[in-house]
Write a protein that binds this ligand. Structure first.
Ligand code: URA
Length: 434
């Protein structure tokens, strides 16, 4: 088999055979196919697309390029929740302890933030002392005793995806349904859970810009998950404006704690309760309405916050952050962005806020960059809020004047103000695979 024939075939819009796809992934993982040929192949896929059949084979080949986690010693039906990436998306910090407080075993592997999107691992590291790596044995023991453990994604899982994702990131080939499906699902199928709950985002702050593209991606991922024997569901959600008000690591942990106390912003509360409800429904085999009702109860009666404290303590973190988030530290500098006219906030561009947050030092440009865990953006106004000229729209936090300058001007561009109050937008658009 020849790599050049495979590239040419895809370039000309032809369907690849299973053998060709397996040859490509094996060769690239082992280093016999160089980056430049893989990059050419990815660009051909970007323009010519992959069929569902090709995507299934690609996903399986990528899954098999690394270890498959065995969580059979963790009791109960384990559901993995995964978001396709967003801005201010701290739902795992909330949905995981809520679901665990309701009896769902949460054995989760999470990633770090890259580009304009955040990652759960960075957020958890904002908690003093928190350990994101546990031995395989400690991980299983903690889920069996405390009902919850969250660790960083193993480097050994879906090795081909790590190489391919890094290459896509620098060749403009991220936004493609087949490539995103295979990237996410290869990792999810290797992660040892019994069920997969996907939060597929659409809008300005998501890879998928339209609801239709998000629905297609969701359907492909659900079909592949179910075909591989994992109960899989997807929720399509709006990512046009940031979720909640906090964007940046310690700021987001503090907001998640507010949600667990029943005092968080409406949108992040609604989505987190919904996702926790779906996890409960999938794991405990109850209706989604019953799952959501149990999730709400866990917040109301304080058991979700208690579970969060226990989870933090078990992983070496200081559980007192739940009562005093300032223990996570504070940025040295703050700059306010104010409204330049009266009216209503009609848009807050999530992508721009995500980029501004990265400029404060809260995110990384490339893998391995160090970040400022206390930097970020705090929205004071959300879409549809009324504002008067001079009102603070958002605050930008960081430790460098220069970085705040850059972040502040992007934040100012992210807000649009109109005279008329805009209509409300639905946050949760659809559920696929219920
Ligand atoms: N997240 C992933 O893991 N892969 C993608 O391709 C996009 C988002």
């Amino acid at each position: 088999m020849d790599i050049l024939d495979i590239i040419r075939k895809k370039r000309d819009g032809e369907e690849l055979s299973a053998e060709e796809i397996k040859f490509l992934i094996k060769g690239y993982s082992e280093g016999t196919i160089p980056d430049y040929q893989m990059a050419a192949f990815l660009m051909a896929v970007f323009f010519r697309k992959l069929s569902v059949e090709e995507t299934v084979v690609l996903t399986e080949a990528m899954r098999d390029s690394g270890e498959i986690a065995d969580l059979s010693d963790v009791k109960g039906f384990k559901v993995d929740k995964h978001s396709t990436g967003g801005v201010g998306d701290k739902t795992t910090l909330i949905a995981a302890p809520v679901a665990s407080a309701c009896g769902v075993p949460v054995a989760k592997m999470s990633g770090r933030g890259l580009g304009f999107t955040g990652g759960t691992v960075d957020k958890l590291e904002a908690i003093p002392g928190f350990r994101i790596s546990l031995s395989r044995e400690d991980f299983a023991n903690q889920v069996n005793t405390a009902g919850i453990a969250v660790i960083g994604q193993s480097e050994k899982i879906a090795i081909a995806d790590k190489k391919i994702y890094a290459l896509r990131d620098v060749t403009g080939t991220v936004e493609n349904t087949g490539l995103i499906t295979s990237s996410i699902m290869s990792k999810k199928l290797a992660s040892g859970s019994d069920g997969i709950l996907l939060d597929v985002k659409w809008g300005k702050g998501a890879f998928m810009k339209t609801e239709e593209e998000a629905a297609e991606l969701a359907q492909w991922m659900v079909d592949i998950g179910n075909k591989a024997g994992k109960k899989t569901m997807a929720v399509i959600t709006d990512m046009n404006q940031p979720l909640g008000k906090a964007v940046g690591n310690s700021l987001e942990v503090a907001e998640a704690i507010e949600v667990l106390k029943g005092k968080g912003p409406e949108d992040i509360t609604e989505l987190s309760v919904f996702l926790a409800g779906m996890m409960i429904s999938m794991s405990l085999n109850v209706s989604s309405e019953e799952g959501i009702s149990r999730a709400k109860n866990a917040i109301q009666r304080g058991s979700a916050l208690e579970k969060f404290r226990e989870f933090v303590r078990m992983q070496g973190g200081n559980p007192e952050v739940a009562d005093n988030p300032e223990l996570m530290g504070k940025a040295m500098l703050c700059r306010n962005i104010t409204a330049d006219s009266d009216g209503y906030v009609s848009e807050i561009d999530a992508m721009k806020i995500g980029i501004a947050s990265r400029h404060t030092g809260a995110g990384r440009e490339k893998k391995g960059d160090s970040i400022n865990l206390n930097a970020g953006v705090l929205l004071e106004k959300k879409r549809t809020d009324m504002v008067k000229k001079g009102d603070v729209l958002c605050r930008v936090y960081g430790d460098s004047e220069e970085k705040l300058e850059a972040a502040a001007s992007i934040c100012a561009e992210a807000f649009e103000i109109e005279k008329e109050k805009p209509c409300e937008r639905q946050l949760i658009k659809d559920i696929i695979g219920r």
